[in-house]
Design a protein around this ligand. Structure first.
Ligand code: HEC
Length: 176
């Protein structure tokens, strides 16, 4: 008996099977190339216990509150760094009353007399939904009038004539 007597049909079957297997291998390796990073990171993912996860969360929260404690209300050179407002004993009241709708910059960029500030507050109450500040209003106005009063424009200092290096205009040079 001759076992090597394949007919053409079975040869074709083997060939298509081989092609399918090769195609499958190509597709799999191609997908691996694409997904390699995901697969590797999935396999190397650290498996943390619930306690470890709790620790990590606690440490992060501690870090955050540390930053908040250290820096939250830091005052440097009389300026409250977080808001830019001038620091005094009523600062927290101002932060509470005046920074919920807009940045404190809108305050620090403005200057006005007590009456001027009063009219801005009235304007905000009439048109922007600012609530009645009640007995806090006079404290707020005191703070604003004291810290953000109109700046003295002043006139410029007199020139110190002796200090000036006078430029002697030489008309002859120009004519040349
Ligand atoms: C209910 C919200 C709200 C609160 C609280 C609030 N404001 Fe305002 N304020 C506004 C709005 C809205 C504007 C207009 C903002 C704009 O034009 O971009 C404004 C504008 C201003 C301006 C600019 C006015 C101008 O003429 O350009 C100043 C100054 C100001 N606010 C100061 C204060 C002060 C001081 C307080 C605390 C007493 C305060 N705001 C609290 C809503 C508020």
């Amino acid at each position: 008996m001759n076992n090597h007597n394949y007919d053409t049909a079975s040869l074709w079957r083997m060939l298509t099977l081989l092609i399918h297997v090769l195609l499958f291998l190509v597709i799999v390796s191609f997908m691996y190339l694409i997904l390699e990073d995901h697969i590797v990171s999935f396999l190397n993912k650290p498996k943390l216990s619930v306690e470890q996860l709790d620790d990590i969360a606690a440490n992060r929260a501690k870090g955050r509150s540390q930053v908040k404690n250290d820096k939250w209300d830091l005052v440097e050179n009389g300026i409250h760094l977080r808001t830019g407002l001038k620091a005094d004993e009523n600062l927290q009241l101002i932060i509470g009353a005046c920074t919920s709708c807009h940045s404190a910059k809108i305050i620090t960029q403005n200057r006005a007399s007590r009456e001027g500030w009063k009219s801005m507050i009235v304007w905000m109450q009439e048109t922007q939904g600012l609530v009645d500040l009640g007995d806090k209003e006079s404290i707020v106005l005191d703070y604003l009038a004291k810290n953000y009063a109109p700046q003295e424009m002043g006139r410029r200092k007199n020139l110190d004539l002796a200090e000036i290096e006078w430029y002697i205009l030489n008309l002859d040079e120009i004519e040349e």
